[in-house]
Design a protein around this ligand. Sequence first.
Ligand code: NAP
Length: 324
Amino acid sequence: MKAVRIHAFGGPEVLQLEDVARPVPAADEILIKLYASGVNPVDWVVREGGNDALRAYLTLPMTLGWDAAGVVEELGSAVTGFQKGDAVYGEPNFPGNGSYAEYCAAKASQFALKPKSLSFTEAAGVPLAGLTAWTALFEHGKLQAGQRILIQGASGGVGSFAVQFAKAKGAYVIGTASAGNLDHLRQLGADEAIDYRSQNVEELVRDVDVVLEASPVRDNAARVKAITVLKEGGTFVSVNVDFPFDEAVQAALAQKKATGELSNNQPRQEWLQEIAQLIDAGKVRVFISKVFPLAEVAEAHRESQTWHVQGKLVLKIRPDGEPA
Ligand SMILES: NC(=O)c1ccc[n+]([C@@H]2O[C@H](COP(=O)([O-])OP(=O)(O)OC[C@H]3O[C@@H](n4cnc5c(N)ncnc54)[C@H](OP(=O)(O)O)[C@@H]3O)[C@@H](O)[C@H]2O)c1
């Protein structure tokens, strides 16, 4: 089968389209015939050799990509709940061999039935960013209906899902983005949209229950400012787990009697099922900004590295209409 692998860490030029053996599923795994793979910033972070949180877990050579949509081709001997031919989506094997390939074997628990209303291409843009938003909002942020949330980086992959999940939950959502994306935030359902470049969020927002840092900004002084908009007892959640809170952030949190959480996404089947239900009910939309053929993965990485993708980038592995 074809797969995009790296044999060394480095720039986009290390991505190689190769022929490799098709994986064989272990007892608790499914083999998925992949139709599309999402592209996420962590893909090029790993390609470059990882960050402090990841470096120790990376081995070469490896197949990148941790966002998959496809059809179940084979079942491991202990797998229940899926059948051959099921259309599925999920987040396979992070940070091991992933979804830039024609087939992928991964734990069945990291997959769920694909939302029926989405194509494979659209579905591949959901799992990693969607699970990141879900974990941060509900597992760490404990967001409840009626609460107020500030979402930084609301137009990106993670942020776009976070805005929609928070609205679906019944929260009041304030999102930040650059000027050209403010209308997009309103389309997503944000109650307020703030331009982080020309407006001062700390002067405009107060008394929020949760701040979600879903932007790529890694700056503890900026976090201290953001914590000032929290209610006493609120929660500051960051998905930038590779960038710990410093003493100034801890002091700002203590002053507000607030909690600080670093949130790593969890690839849970039951959350993928809930996300699929929200999508099929029309409550959450998927925004794909560009689709690339698998062979043009280097171009997709260059685009992701701009940090200004609206929604998601996807690699097409085989035509959506190809029979399972
Ligand atoms: N812990 C985890 O499990 C996990 C998983 C996935 C991602 N992440 C992290 O989550 C962050 C977002 O990832 P993503 O996939 O959503 O990235 P993305 O799709 O590239 O989106 C990034 C968004 O950030 C905004 N942005 C860029 N520069 C900014 C700045 N200086 N200030 C404020 N906002 C800015 C952009 O909005 P505009 O274009 O409107 O400026 C863009 O929409 C990254 O730091 C990533 O490493 C963590």
